[in-house]
Write a protein that binds this ligand. Structure first.
Ligand code: GLU
Length: 449
């Protein structure tokens, strides 16, 4: 590999040796950039890569809140403003027990490239807290969100940094967060958050967008292979908002999602999560706060496998849509052994780097990277920001048509970028290169920052 790239990677490995997720994503992205760096010796002079792997700034703050029994708790809040070269920082907030600087930074780094791929003017950011929403009452969630926003509000704004949801943060949390922002600022700046409710400036299709976008992207891959989605079986993981959107769109297009997973195991439904009742039940499982996928098996009388992941089931398409590092070498081997042709990442960094490289090397297998496949969520957040600044709402059809166009463009741009550097139909490298190009150009033109 190119000497400059190697030096930057070595520095990151040394400096962030206690941040494995962050190192992992930097290794993954930089390993695609060799042909670009070779063609742009000027990047080394200004240390462009060294700048790119260093967040512009990162806030850490205390969040103190009171539970329903009158006991007080203290959590850590984070907001990482990773790269603002092409627009206001943009990215979700994650509330989950394991949230730490490494996870926030890996997500912020990924977000920078993802947002660039959407073609919209959004920089990369991410935030969250090690708060565990499981089993909390609505009132506790509200008090936590208010305390979180009381610290965060001074760092964000519609033209500064625009948070949204991620794991543990959905419409309910965004509502509480926005309410507190409005109270503290005494202005109605609803462009400060996305994923809002429709009554105060949310966008139609935003809840569906990540899942729909993933299926639109998948359709472009299938078209490239002269194949079609009709009749295909899909293995999904998780049962959250993203998986819900995939089930819905896949069913509409004649395919079926046959697996879901949770912390307790996975379910296999040979008829597919295709009926309205089944698809809506995912929302019920989520809002119940039980965090158990077995409930689906109990309700619909299908197979439940405790403590296992769904990747051993034989399907046409695998779409890991649960969380980071869900697919290790063991699962990758199962997927390859089953002869699955399409491995379409959905969750942020769902595959370990060795597993991803293994899958990419499988003859005939097509691997698509999450930063491209799941970009429809943040892209639709970008559309929500446009509607807020225009002070009007687009119809569902208008938003959906834009989303569709953006996903096709991301696929085509990625394919073209790989082609340009003689890499063939390499969607992983292509997404990294295409995402990088725009941010790099903006940074070069803006001088030292
Ligand atoms: N958390 C989502 C992501 O990973 C959405 C972010 C947003 O809409 O700003 O891209």
């Amino acid at each position: 590999m190119n000497a400059y790239l190697n030096r930057v990677l070595d520095d990151v490995r040394t400096k962030h040796s206690n941040e494995p997720e962050f190192v992992q994503t930097v290794e993954e992205v930089l390993s695609s950039l060799e042909p670009v760096i070779d063609q742009h010796p000027e990047y080394e002079k200004v240390d462009l890569l060294g700048r790119m792997v260093e967040p512009e700034r990162m806030y850490t703050f205390r969040v103190t809140w009171e539970d329903d029994n009158g006991n007080w708790h203290t959590n850590t809040g984070y907001r990482c403003q990773f790269n603002g070269a092409i627009g206001p920082y943009k990215g979700g907030l994650r509330f989950q027990k394991n949230v730490c600087p490494s996870i926030i930074k890996f997500l912020g780094f990924e977000q920078t490239f993802k947002n660039s791929l959407t073609g919209l003017p959004m920089g990369g950011g991410k935030g969250g807290s090690d708060f565990d929403p499981a089993g909390k009452s609505d009132a506790e969630i509200m008090r936590f969100c208010q305390a979180f926003m009381s610290a965060l509000y001074r760092y964000i704004g519609p033209d500064v940094d625009v948070p949204a949801g991620d794991m543990g943060v959905g419409g309910r949390e965004i509502g509480f967060l926005f309410g507190q922002y409005r109270r503290l600022k005494a202005t109605f700046e609803n462009g400060v958050l996305t994923g809002k409710g429709l009554s105060y400036g949310g966008s139609l299709i935003r809840p569906e967008a990540t899942g729909y976008g993933a299926v639109y992207y998948l359709n472009e891959v299938l078209a490239h292979e002269n194949d079609s989605i009709e009749g295909k079986t899909i293995a999904c993981a998780g049962f959250g908002n993203v998986t819900w959107g995939i089930c819905k769109k896949a069913a509409e297009l004649g395919a079926k999602v046959v697996t879901l997973s949770g912390p307790d195991g996975y379910i296999y439904d040979p008829d597919g999560v295709v009926t309205e009742e089944k698809i809506n039940y995912l929302l019920e499982m989520r809002s119940s706060g039980r965090n158990r996928v077995q409930d689906y098996a109990d309700k619909f009388g299908v197979k439940f496998v405790a403590g296992e992941k769904p990747y051993g089931e034989k399907v046409d398409i695998v779409m890991p849509s649960a969380m980071q590092n869900d697919v290790h070498m063991e699962q990758a081997k199962q997927i390859a052994g089953n002869g699955t042709k399409y491995y379409i990442e959905v969750a942020n960094m769902p595959t370990t780097n060795d597993a991803l490289n293994f899958l990419r090397e499988q003859p005939g297998m097509i691997v698509a990277p999450s930063k491209a496949v799941n970009a429809g969520g943040v892209a639709t957040s970008g559309l929500e920001m446009s509607q807020n600044s225009e002070r009007l709402s687009w119809t569902a059809e208008e938003v959906d048509a834009q989303l569709h166009k953006i996903m096709k463009n991301i696929h085509d741009m990625s394919a073209a970028a790989a082609e340009k550097y003689g890499l063939g139909y390499d969607l992983v490298a292509g997404a990294n290169i295409a995402g990088f190009d725009k941010v790099a150009q903006a940074m070069m033109e803006q001088g030292a920052f």
